[in-house]
Design a protein around this ligand. Structure first.
Ligand SMILES: *[C@@H]1O[C@H](CO)[C@@H](O)[C@H](O)[C@H]1NC(C)=O
Ligand SMILES: *[C@@H]1O[C@H](CO)[C@@H](O)[C@H](O)[C@H]1NC(C)=O
Length: 277
């Protein structure tokens, strides 16, 4: 009887805390370096000197608001990259990317973002953060609808990529995407331009995930079915106060923007960089 009660309570807790990692994701590489623990409530990915690890969603999403709480590798995370992204398959794939580039203790993480449409990326923007992403969980969101893509951290927008197909700029729209995350060693380039290497005496390095939430349209067996809360995000755009917050982030925390990198695009900046609206 007691055991039944305990099981029931655990079940109710797991239902109330959102979706279970066991149902939604599978660890795809790294053997036991990726783990789903606490009754499906927590997922950890680990990197050591032999391998990193990664997971992917079982479902494919075709538009949605997708939130994940992540706590990044603490301490000396130099050389490590934790990637968290939506991606479709194939040559002309679409991708909406966060990559978290580690740093030595006390120096800031860099949040690298990119958007690929029809196989083409080169749209990087990078940010430092207004908090320490290793001391607690923070919510990293991707809102993806037919009009726009909004990257937001703790509901503060850091980047918007609008649909400008009318200017001939491809927008991720036709492919469904899976959610992926992985941790790996990228010490050739990741930290301070590759000058600082991974300190393997600090291994294993771990990032932790919880409270995955997808209010999304899910593609399965050729049909798409949408979450009841679809109305909340399908036509959403940034409003006045969220544009103010976006500008606050851009002004204070943006450290790289492809749209002002004239050296990189000698034939002219990508078209979307000159759009005014
Ligand atoms: C990897 O790390 C383990 C544990 O610290 C150590 O025993 C092993 O020699 C290392 N292997 C390599 C290839 O560096
Ligand atoms: C690491 O810290 C340095 C110095 O503060 C900073 O310039 C850099 O953007 C930080 N991030 C990475 C990934 O190197």
């Amino acid at each position: 009887m007691m055991i039944m009660l305990v099981l029931l309570v655990q079940f109710l807790i797991s239902v109330c805390n959102g979706e279970s990692f066991d149902q939604d994701f599978k660890i795809t590489w790294g053997n036991d370096r990726g783990k789903i623990i606490n009754n499906g409530q927590l997922l950890t990915l680990t990197l050591d000197n032999l391998s990193g690890s990664g997971f992917e969603s079982n479902k494919e999403f075709h538009f949605g608001k997708i939130d994940m709480q992540i706590k990044l590798v603490p301490g000396n995370s130099a050389g490590t990259v934790t990637a968290y992204y939506l991606s479709s398959q194939g040559d002309t794939h679409d991708e909406i990317d966060y990559e978290f580039l580690g740093n030595v203790t006390g120096e800031p993480y860099t949040v690298h973002t990119n958007v690929y449409a029809e196989g083409k990326g080169e749209r990087e923007q990078q940010f430092h953060l207004w908090f320490d992403p290793t001391s607690d969980f923070h919510t990293y969101s991707i809102l993806w609808n037919p009009q726009t893509i909004i990257f937001a951290i703790d509901e503060i927008p850091i980047r918007e990529f609008k649909n400008r197909e009318q200017m001939g700029i491809p927008f991720p729209k036709t492919h469904a995407m899976r959610l992926y995350s992985s941790i790996w060693n990228a010490d050739q380039w990741a930290t301070q331009g590759g000058r600082i290497k991974t300190d393997w005496s600090q291994a294993p390095f771990s990032s932790t995930y919880k409270n995955f939430k997808a209010e999304a349209c899910v593609r399965f067996g050729g049909t798409t079915s949408c979450h009841p809360q679809t109305v909340n995000w399908m036509t959403r755009k940034l409003d006045g106060s969220s544009i103010d917050r976006l500008n606050w982030v851009r002004k204070n925390f943006m450290i790289y923007n492809y749209c002002i990198d004239n050296k990189r695009f000698p034939q002219g900046l990508p078209k979307e960089c000159n759009a005014i609206d």
